[in-house]
Design a binder for this molecule. Sequence first.
Ligand code: HEM
Length: 285
Amino acid sequence: MSTCPHNSKPEDIVHEEGAQLDFSRDMSYGDYLNLDAILNAQKPLSPAHDELLFIVQHQTSELWMKLMLHELHAAIRLIAADELQPAFKMLARVSKIMEQLVHAWDVLATMTPPEYSAIRPYLAQSSGFQSHQYRCIEFAMGNKNAAMLKPHQHNAERLAVVRAAYEAPSLYDEALRLLARRGLAVPQSHTQRDWTQAYEASDEVEQAWLQVYRHPKDHWDLYQLGEELTDLEDAFRLWRFRHVTTVERVIGFKRGTGGTGGVSYLRKMLDVVLFPEIWRLRTEL
Ligand code: HEM
């Protein structure tokens, strides 16, 4: 046993430091965090050792998505209210969460094809494709697609949540409305559109962003907004890429539990561009 640099025994330290040890009357750590509910929410269906990894990886991703949505929705509201500084802080947090989820794939990548195959029959048709929080994030980021409402039609409460995200202006829509309020020439087709439609890139919008990027000192906060959006999409792209690579190493080119071609579907999603003019303008600078 290693010795402590001081004279007290470890159990004495706890007393000497005054740690509270009796929680018969007070709220404890586990009470505050509702840990009984969280730690009892893993219900493996198979006898396979590796199913717990699979469940924990998905559940923790969903918890981080919950926080992302909390931050994203607040950031969208703040941009609409011209309060950019607090919105920037929230967007930076969303990017960092996404980066963390990118690294989280390393843990799941320790699952080998035979380990996954032992679980696969128990998953039936359930797939991340049906994650309503992920769909809300995609919608809030502007990737609108009516077909993605369908997997939630059997659950009225969830459908209402996803539909609200589908019908609301996205982060990018609000960013463009802000540019217009600041006098930049964003066409009306892009400030007052049907928010449920997929975003279409426009040369005028690219010119508006180019004004910002060519004269950053005149538009410093919009310039910062442009870079926050770039960080966010950059992290999102990395997440999609690590997902498809992890899927390929675990299931190869087998079909997904959600019914798609699997890797073929996920590769198509790599082509989605959320904030097109923000990327295009770089060629012009
Ligand atoms: C070994 C683990 C995994 C495999 C084999 C896998 C496989 C797949 C496949 C094949 C799809 C396409 C839809 C389908 O046909 O099922 C998909 C979609 C999806 N998966 Fe995973 N996945 C894994 C882990 C994860 C994790 C940990 C998450 C985190 C929440 C996740 C979230 C998603 C999401 C959100 C989609 C929808 C993507 C979109 O529509 O763009 N997946 N997954």
